[in-house]
Design a protein around this ligand. Structure first.
Ligand code: ARG
Length: 278
């Protein structure tokens, strides 16, 4: 449906969410599994925690509920909670990581859910990196592949959740997870960087989302698409100025935040945030 005029802020509907996050007390860049990670480049560990605390506080100020999982030593990437699982309709699909360095995170997150009253959980057989690659819209689960999650992992998610999973091929190593290239804003409304996808997948996105917010390479390169929306507020990296303007024109309230230290691990706002959908 093409809206005749763009929605205004007063028409946007805020829905409080429940998120899971992990304080980056063990965060460092000691290995490299994506092009953003350079172990030779120093990370300010204290600043990383302070920036993360700001995001954590912001979600609560906005009215969201945020649960915390205990960070484990030796798992520096555990701060990227989005990768820990996918939760839809209260059902929890565990993660299975591509890289050995992150393998132990899957069971750790699954254990958190099991000990917090989630009874429908699934230990995956195939590789999927949680909400890094699975993004949920009202009608579909959009699923990235090419670098991390696999087509078999997508299939497993479809059977577990009973929702249609749309596989999308990522082609640019800088945008190795779907959540670095595409954001769900509300319902079936998204924004994405077409250049991150293979031509066929780009065409699929064009057909399914003709009204998507077009995002240019400059905004994508500052991780502007690694954003979290509650239907009204869109929390995104503050460097994505132009994208914030685009969102404002659409009736959203963009809120920029600086996560420079976590970007050194190849993640930002969305990577640090796992949504628990009841
Ligand atoms: N260093 C992590 C990795 O390469 C970053 C993960 C970012 N998370 C995300 N949801 N995109 O796996």
């Amino acid at each position: 449906m093409t809206p005749i005029t763009a929605p205004t802020t007063s028409e946007r509907v805020f829905r409080p969410r429940r998120y899971l996050m992990c304080r980056p007390v063990h965060f460092e860049v000691s290995y490299s599994i994506n092009p953003w990670m350079d172990p030779a480049k120093p990370v300010d560990a204290e600043l990383a925690v302070a920036q993360w605390e700001r995001l954590y506080a912001l979600y609560r100020e906005l009215g969201h509920t945020v649960d915390l999982i205990d960070p484990l030593p030796g798992l520096p990437d555990m701060v990227y909670a989005a990768n820990g699982a996918t939760v839809v309709d209260g059902k929890v699909l565990g993660a299975r990581f591509r890289n050995a360095e992150r393998a132990a995170e899957g069971p750790a997150y699954l254990e958190w859910f099991r000990s917090h009253g989630f009874t429908e959980t699934h230990d995956p057989e195939h590789i999927n990196e949680g909400e890094g690659d699975f993004l949920v819209t009202d009608s579909w689960i959009l699923a990235g592949r090419g670098f991390r999650s696999t087509a078999e992992g997508h299939q497993e998610a479809q059977e577990f959740f009973g929702r249609p999973v749309i596989g999308l091929e990522l082609t640019d190593p800088r945008y190795y997870h779907l959540d670095t290239a595409l954001t769900v804003l509300d319902g079936d409304e998204i924004m994405y960087n077409p250049e991150a996808f293979a031509p066929g997948s780009r065409e699929v996105l064009r057909r399914l989302f003709p009204d998507a917010v077009p995002v240019g390479p400059g905004e994508a390169a500052v991780f502007g698409l690694n954003a979290v929306s509650d239907g009204l507020h869109v929390v995104l990296p503050e460097a994505a100025q132009r994208l914030s303007d685009q969102l404002r024109e659409r009736g959203f309230e963009p809120i920029g935040i600086d996560l420079s230290e976590l970007l050194k691990g190849g993640g930002s706002v969305k990577c640090c945030t796992l949504e628990i959908r009841g």
